[in-house]
Write a protein that binds this ligand. Structure first.
Ligand code: G6P
Length: 748
């Protein structure tokens, strides 16, 4: 009905306008025709009366007879009056109602043309016709016609013209509505298909169902819709205060309490049996775990991970579950057990001797062994089984973490086709040339492309990934939307820079900065006013620990004034120590620290304080607060959360961060002193600059960085992924509902 009005109303208005323009035209034309008719009629009458009049005017009682004759003539209802002007220009004979306004033409002048007169009782037509008899002028016969009949006819004509247009309007409107209804439906359906993404998401067949004239706009329209969506999200995101409550709200409102599962190799809580047989809980040194643990606490889902602790089997229930955190259980870990051979092949071998050095430009050669690859495949399959066992629904949200599970997204997709799978790659993604040396590069890429979304910390790594897929797979890549269509499935490639919880929970139990400074110095047995630099890492060759020590050494060479006044405390959590490369790295780090300490140390003073041991979060934050500077010198790092933790720890707005340009964090923390860790001279200068930086500059830099980390915290990182997941699920539901209803309509 609304559609019909949409067409009829404008059409009616247009036709009424035309009718109003045409009617006066028709009016004017008919008047002209009538005037011409009257002229001819008057002329004919004049010719007819000429002879009888010539006789009558010469007869006795001519006046009476002529008037009688005239009265007979005006019996014609259209002739209003008639008169005869003599050759001297005087009205000699006239009927009684001859209008006074009509005068005789002056003698010797040409008879005037016929004219119209508008008198009180109506319009009149006056025509003057010269008469002659036997060559002598008889005078002028003035015939006055009543024109009111013309007016009556004109009114009738207007009415008919108007009715005619109304009839035309009705017919045209009817035809238009029928045609419009048909094509409008097609258009609307086509548009809906385009907007819902069905035409592009779907098959060629779907695309053909879109109105042909809409097809060229499909991409533009979708881009527009995506932009609007992105804009809406951006707007929404900026309005959210990101914290555990915001995540819970997203899960409740946008995901309607959907099932959330995390899969990672490293578990967030490890149960370890000590020598005295007491079971202890350890928190691993892992950026991934640091970031995801607070998210999971907010989401209350299931975290599937390798049960690697010596007391892990003793602490699970019959389904291999354990509730954590121990002090306030809010989510559960599902532990997956691996044999020694599996762990060696999948974790040590393929993941850490193969993919880890492959993805980090740290100039350590990757090693690929077919046996490791076989274990990697089978362990990924074991985790896919665990996901299927743990999910409560057919369409869970599965957050697959890191390079240990490149094959898992496709394996899950095959078993749970409706799952929303977000794979997050926590480490850098190399360029296609570097990645190309992997013997199973196609399998790894195809595995990852089983995800709905693949996330990286930086746009640079997103670009590298898309370029790699472009190089090695037959996939359709849309660089505008950053999506990849492979095997009929669409994967979005997105940048989600990871972060830490804000405020960090470890801070809550720590005393003010001054007290932390004093305590740490006391514990280290150094002078209370000693300047301290700090580094906290896993003992990994990608972290640039050797280069860091060399920079400290160079500082002491260039600025000997710092000898005895500055020490660098390096906490290095032992990591992957079954791998040769890590063992030799451990030895090299120890040796370099010893050499530098021998060179510049003295009793009671060591330039480098090396602690190769595990520090818990509280100890790490205490150290951050006690330090004058924190030095992150990674040779290559996806993000590096130590940089963000240091910033979060400094609620006194003091302390200087020196940050490698090869970390993802350097893209965000621009107020740090950004260095190239390979450039030892530059790094030594940065150390000196940090130690001598005025307090006002330190606090200006630190305040800006703190705002950024506070705003872009880990809840935002997870929240953005979950919102994207919600958006995708919503779109999929709309598309599948539309498909089902179409199928319903098509069924007989
Ligand atoms: C990096 C990886 C994580 C890993 C962590 C610790 O941050 O991205 O996936 O958990 O290192 O390494 P580990 O081998 O001890 O788990």
């Amino acid at each position: 009905m609304r559609l019909s009005l949409r067409f009829i109303l404008p059409l009616g208005i247009a036709l009424t306008g035309i009718a109003y323009a045409v009617v006066p035209l028709v009016d004017r034309l008919t008047l002209q025709w009538f005037v011409r008719d009257l002229e001819i009629r008057s002329h004919t009458i004049a010719l007819a009366v000429q002879e009888p009049l010539a006789d009558l005017v010469h007869e006795p009682r001519a006046h009476q007879k002529v008037l009688l004759y005239f009265r007979r003539i005006v019996q014609d209802e259209r002739i209003y009056a008639i008169g005869l002007c003599n050759p001297a220009g005087k009205l000699a004979y006239a009927t009684v109602n001859f209008p006074l306004e009509v005068t005789c033409p002056s003698p010797g002048t040409a008879p005037p043309e016929s004219r119209l007169l508008q008198l009180a009782h109506g319009p009149l037509h006056v025509s003057v016709n010269p008469l002659a008899a036997e060559g002598e002028p008889l005078g002028d016969l003035v015939i006055v016609h009543d024109m009111s009949f013309v007016q009556r006819r004109s009114e009738d004509t207007k009415k008919y013209v108007f009715y005619l247009f109304a009839a035309i309007a009705a017919v045209v409107a009817l035809i238009t509505v029928v045609i419009a209804e048909i094509s409008w439906r097609g258009w609307v359906a086509g548009l809906k298909r385009l907007i819902s993404g069905e035409a592009l998401l779907g098959t060629r067949e779907e695309e053909l169902k879109t109105a042909p004239e809409l097809r060229p706009f499909a991409r533009d329209l979708q881009a527009l819709v995506r932009d609007l969506e992105a804009e809406r999200h951006a707007r929404d995101e900026s309005q959210i205060v990101w914290g555990p409550a915001a995540l819970r709200r997203i899960l409740r409102q946008d995901l309607k309490g959907d099932d959330v599962l995390i899969v990672s190799n490293r578990e967030p809580y490890i149960h370890v049996r000590r020598k005295d047989n007491v079971i202890e809980i350890q928190r691993p040194a892992s950026g991934l775990v640091t970031a995801l643990e607070p998210v999971m606490r907010a989401c209350s889902g299931t975290w599937i991970a390798h049960g690697a602790g010596s007391a892990d089997r003793d602490t699970v229930d019959r389904q291999d579950h354990v509730m954590v955190p121990p002090e306030r259980p809010s989510y559960r870990i599902r532990r997956v057990w691996l044999s020694e051979a599996e762990e060696k092949g999948y974790y040590d071998g393929f993941a850490n001797e193969g993919l880890w050095p492959l993805c980090h430009i740290a100039h350590t050669r990757p090693t690929f062994r077919a046996g490791d690859w076989a274990h990697y495949q089978s362990v990924n399959r074991r985790f896919a089984d665990a996901v299927v066992q743990e999910t409560r629904t057919e369409d869970p949200i599965v957050l697959v973490q890191d390079y240990h599970f490149a094959l898992l997204p496709r394996m899950i997709r095959e078993r749970l086709p409706r799952a929303t799978i977000i794979a997050f790659w926590h480490i850098p993604w190399p360029n296609p040339e570097a990645f190309g040396i992997l013997p199973w590069r196609e399998e790894v890429l195809a595995g990852l492309l089983g995800s709905s979304i693949i996330g990286f910390h930086t746009q640079f790594h997103c670009n590298n990934f898309v370029d790699t897929v472009d190089r090695f797979l037959e996939a359709r890549i849309d660089r505008e939307t950053f999506s990849i269509s492979y095997g009929g499935e669409l994967t979005e490639v997105r940048r989600y820079p990871i972060s830490i919880e804000w405020p960090p929970s470890a801070l809550a139990s720590l005393p003010p900065v001054a007290e932390c400074r004093a305590r740490v110095r006391e514990r280290l047995g150094v002078a209370p006013d000693l300047n301290l630099g700090v580094g906290v890492d896993r003992l990994d060759y990608t972290k640039g620990i050797l280069e860091r020590f060399m920079a400290v050494e160079r500082l002491l060479e260039l600025e000997p004034g710092w000898i005895g006044r500055f020490s660098f405390v390096q906490v290095a959590a032992p990591s992957r120590s079954t791998i040769d490369e890590y063992q030799s790295f451990d030895a090299r780090v120890r040796a370099l620290a010893e050499r530098i300490n021998r060179r510049f140390g003295r009793p009671g003073y060591a330039p480098i304080v090396l602690r190769i041991e595990h520090y818990d979060a509280r100890q790490v934050y205490e150290l951050y607060r006690a330090a004058d500077l924190c030095y992150v010198s990674s040779l290559h790092d996806g993000m590096n959360l130590v940089a963000k933790e240091f910033v979060a720890a400094r609620d006194d707005d003091q302390g200087v961060l020196i940050l490698s340009q090869f970390t993802g964090a350097a893209r965000e923390l621009a107020e740090a002193l950004i260095v190239n860790p390979y450039d030892i001279e530059q790094c030594a200068a940065a150390l000196h600059a940090a130690l001598t930086m005025p307090a006002a500059e330190r606090s200006a830099r630190m305040r800006t960085m703190r705002h950024l980390v506070q705003e872009f915290n880990v809840y935002r990182w997870a929240g953005r992924m979950l919102l994207d997941a919600a958006r995708m699920r919503h779109r999929r539901r709309v598309v599948s509902q539309a498909r089902e209803s179409r199928r319903g309509r098509a069924a007989p």
